[in-house]
Design a protein around this ligand. Sequence first.
Ligand code: ADP
Length: 641
Amino acid sequence: MLNELLAAAVVGGAGAFGAYWYLKFRCVLPIETSLRSSRKAFADFTAFTRETLERAYAPEQQEHYGDLTNYYLIKLHKSFPDTCTLLFEKGEGQWRLVNYLKSFKVEPKLLTSYRWSAFDRSSSAGELLRFDDVKVGDYQGVADLFSAFDIRAALMCPFSQAAGAPERLIVLGAAGPEVFDAAQPYMRFVASQLSSISKVSDQVFALKKETENLKNELGAAVKELDVAGSRLIQRAKERKALYEVVTSVTGPGGDVQYGCSAILNIVAKIVEADVAAALLFDEAKGELVVSPGAYGITDSERMLYSIPVNNQASSSVRTFLTRKPFITSDAQNDPDVLARYAKLWEIHSLMIVPICLRDRIIGVLRVGSRKADFFTPDQLEFLTIIADELAIIIEMVTLYENLSKTAQELAQLNRLKDEFLSTVSHELKTPLTTIKGFVSVILSGEVGPLNPQQLNFLSVVDQSVNRLTHLISNLLDLSRLNGKVEMEFQKTDLGELVRGSISNVSIKAREKRVALTNALEGKLPSVQADTRWIGQVIDNLLINAIKYSGSGAKISVSGTDKGEAVVICVEDNGPGIPVEEQRMVFEKFYRGKASANQVPGTGLGLAISRSVVEKHGGKIWVESKLGKGSRFCFALPVSKN
Ligand code: ADP
């Protein structure tokens, strides 16, 4: 029994042992192996997703998106090295092989496009498509391609890209379908990753595009502003240049003759022209003639340029007649232009505007460039504005020319008159001296006694000769002062000159019972003077005071030190001079209305005095009140050393 039990136990034990190992090998081991491999598969998949996720980013450019797709393809291929991964892209109904990873058995003849209905099905289905036993038949190139890559089973996964971008398809090809179970989650993960990245990228692209558009629009706006700004600056420059020309011509000391050429120069520079000319209408000739001061044209060339206003073939004439501006970009070949003149100055681009003075057209402004197609409508407008200014300047030039012609004629006449007076005076002086001499001798009784009537007549002759001598000596003085008389300056005490003059006229004063007072202020500073001429000025003023004030008058002579100058004044209590005559009394031959017929005189004394004082760098003037008297003063600068 025991033995039986023992035997039973041994058998039982052996059975259990056997059962244990049986179970261990047949059931547990496969489960453990499968568990281990599932764990590894899980770990691999987790690593794959983690790594690819780390690399996932939204590319900012389409090309980068392609790089990212390739990266996923490589990762996929690394996870399933026995397969091959192919990437297709659809365009115009055809599939193009974009990338592949696998060395092939036979070098495939790669096509630019592949066709297989399964590709399209897979693409539109939007999910994985599995072919455990691929039969592609003779669809375009696919059979060859699959055979070259040794693909007999295929797992295909489409994915969408950014809107508008081509559809894509990943194909995992293998010799058999065994690997597909494991590969499916990878493929799904890759497809979903690429789709979502693509969507984000889509937005990034759109944003970038919008930014780019905005940038372009902003750039265009800034450029437009720039253009407007520089145009404004250009306009401001043009106005400034114009203003400068006009003020240089019309302002004080402006040179009118220079104005025309200045304005044409500026016009030429602003519009970068090679030739700028004003063609003015010459009424006498009935022609348009180039005025002087043209830019880019020599004077001899200028003479060649004149167009009869009946020559309608000329664009200048037409602008002159119609007052319509004209512009052409190729003057030498334009039938509306007289090519002869365009060729003469090698002009291609041409602008012509009318020059109008108020309502009257006086000519045209012609501006040319040697470059073809050069001038713009803007420049034509500028030229029209300039033409108005030019018209004013041209009128001023004409007036100035007429005025200076008249002035020249007057100056010439004046010179002739002075020469005539000087010659006549010289010619008269000698015979008068002779007459004076003989009359004096006869009057003295040296050549025999005279009866009273003879004495009376001869006295009249003597007085007339005196007046004539005085006039001639005045005329000669004036002619000398007008000519190049040299003053003999020397350090002079004006007080002394005044005293000399008072003594010169004292007899005359006494005759007229005029009270002469010397009111000089002590010693006066010296001046540089020609004593003969300044002495004559003081004599003149004293004689005038005695002459015009009449008997019983009071005359005083004062001299004042004014620091920089010494002022000498001769004051009388005579009839005075009306205000309107006060300035004129210093003019040659002017005689006061009240005194002209009453008091003998030549009207030259004060003119000579003014000329002498001015030649000394001094001034002479009169202060007078009608009925109260006159005060004639002159000032001479004090001698510096
Ligand atoms: P003339 O005395 O020969 O006429 P002047 O040139 O000396 O020439 O003087 C010009 C004019 O000035 C005189 O005709 C006279 O009318 C006026 N005049 C000059 N001195 C006096 C004076 N002291 N009082 C009034 N009138 C004077």
